[in-house]
Ligand binder design. Sequence first.
Ligand code: GLC
Length: 737
Amino acid sequence: MTEQELKKLLRSMSLEEKVGQMVQVTGGFLEEGAVITGPAADAGLELSDCRLAGSILGIAGAERLRKIQERYMEQHPHHIPLLMMADVIHGYQTVFPIPLALGASFHPELVKKAMEMAAGEASSAGLHVTFSPMTDLVRDPRWGRVLESFGESPWLDARMAEAYVRGYQGDDGDLSRPGRLAACDKHFVGYGAPVAGREYNHAELSEHTLREFHLPAKIAAIRAGTACVMPAFQSLNGVPCTASQKIVRELLRKELGFEGVTISDWSAVGELVAQGAAEDTREAAKLAIEAGVDIDMMSVCYARELKGLVESGEVEERLVDEAVWRILTLKNKLGLFEDPFHGAGPEQEKRTVLCEKHRDLARALVAESAILLKNENEILPLSPEKKTAFIGPYVDSTDTCGSWAIFQNREDTVTLRRGVMEGGWGAHASFCHGCDVLENTRVLGFGVEEVFGESEDREERIREALQAAKEADGVVMALGEHTLQSGEAASRGDITIPHHQMELLRQVAAVNPNVVTVVYSGRPLDLREVSACSKAVLAVFLPGTMGGAGIADVLFGKTSPGGRVSMSFPWSAAQIPVYHNDYSTGRPYDPAGAEQKFVSRYLDMPNEPLYPFGYGLTYGRFQYSPVRLSADRMKAGGSLKAAVTVKNVGSAAAKEAVQLYLYDEKATTVRPRRELKGVKCLYLQPGEEAEAVFEITEELLKIWDRNMEFLAEPGKFMIFIGGDSRTDNGAEFLYEG
Ligand code: GLC
């Protein structure tokens, strides 16, 4: 439709129709069986609220959505097509490793390819918009949604945000092309910093911290062209984002220039009442539309109050027209007025979903994102000629795709046992569970409840596991937190592997010290005791559809693990927040130094995390040359190059994620001792070497200074290039400004 035709359409719509475009309901109101990803029962919505709704969420399937679209358009006064939205967070039915793991791949190009595939599957199934990427910077693993984040580095988060948006929308951003998916960057802003790591809790961020750490990835998503942005549930510095003109209208739209659609989080407009920000749903609707929220997801506020607010003159109709214009423009960019099905169809869906190409990349990304945290005496890779006992509740689990894999069929998931057997490594392998993932616990998910009792044959299963361990040369333990112990509404204060699993590990390690532990989790866990009981530890997070195959590839050396810590693994939850890009203090503690009293430290534990940002072992061994700079000074507007030569002096091919860190030694605001500013992934054969060259631009030096100006300040800078955030392989240059 041309812009003129679209304007004509807008002018011809009644106020009731326009308000309808600003309402989003779960597809369940138009058809049974939608995935409920929030507290639906409390929404209070009725069918009458949905007749003119402009979009639905939570349903997928080409046939189903075509039928809903046809029925809906037929009854709509102007036959305006619905937007079909859903949470495709890390894959549709081919589920990739969770975003925290994808961040750990340190490989945005591969992640972009994965999101292209996810878009292909989801759009063939009739979806137009995904509520992804989630670009919240995280520092607190007690928070369950770290699983959806790319980690603690603003730079890495920004690269992954770009990869996601361009993967979904294409480099040219032409949403009308079939196979494309409109992105929705979320949550705007600061949702990743809930006080005490407790879900939905308020966030308190200084302007400086907000701009230095929490905004860069969101700015990257906006610059990459994200079609939508979702304001966050929580209050930021006392004001709910959903009701904040400062956050939405001033920051997001005016300062950052975002012109797309804003959609509230699930029932967030209605929840302004519970937050004590609105007297009732009428005031909530007023606050949200004035803040700049275009679509009200799953609350009655816009549906029941907006028309009256406009008719009474309390809300200018102009605000409604602006919101509806953005919504119609998005539908037009998707080409829905010409093809309401956006190229979706059962044949296209059958050809695309779970195709071999998608599975292959999903399998490769398992290895690329698995982090080898420990490998004593190079116990890994395993020899298939030796007897290996696979023990643990994750040996046969298909529940390894994470809580947001809402369209995935679990029978498509490759278990660890299947990965070992189909990989041809099972001739001398035995398999048993030893216990369940949880005991005496009840966990709730999106419309699912799992109850774990105490298995009657608990002692027998442990005996079986110990016997298997005794009879084997080595043991692979497959342990971890339950899928539903991470994700939304899944904060944990105790971030360890469930205690009964740890008891099993202790007993197994007592009868066979050759233990490799594979850890499944949605967050960095406290792995102190896992590490003490194991000669090798492989963190696989929630590895997705091809998890078992990718993990077996790593365990038996078909491919080297390529993951690097994207979010620090704390030594203990008591350290939280602990992260690499922290500031020095006036009394820095040097653990290698002499005993010091008046310094910034704990009396009873280290300052450093158990596994720091950027860290990860491989089956290779990499040597770095000293850093070479093309110049030792940079003028304003200038740049210089920093290079190292990296050699694989190990005996196996492997990937090295060469990391570039910056340290601004003195500035008008204190600076992190290490800031990731570049990554180059090198795949080197034994004996092979390659050069990694980084361009250092003035843009990379910019900081938010004492006057909250974003600029590069003259002074000395250190460049460090190495294999993790602790590298001291550095060189200094002077920025003259
Ligand atoms: C959820 C999440 C949000 C998601 C939305 C729709 O509560 O906070 O990330 O996209 O509702 O499912």
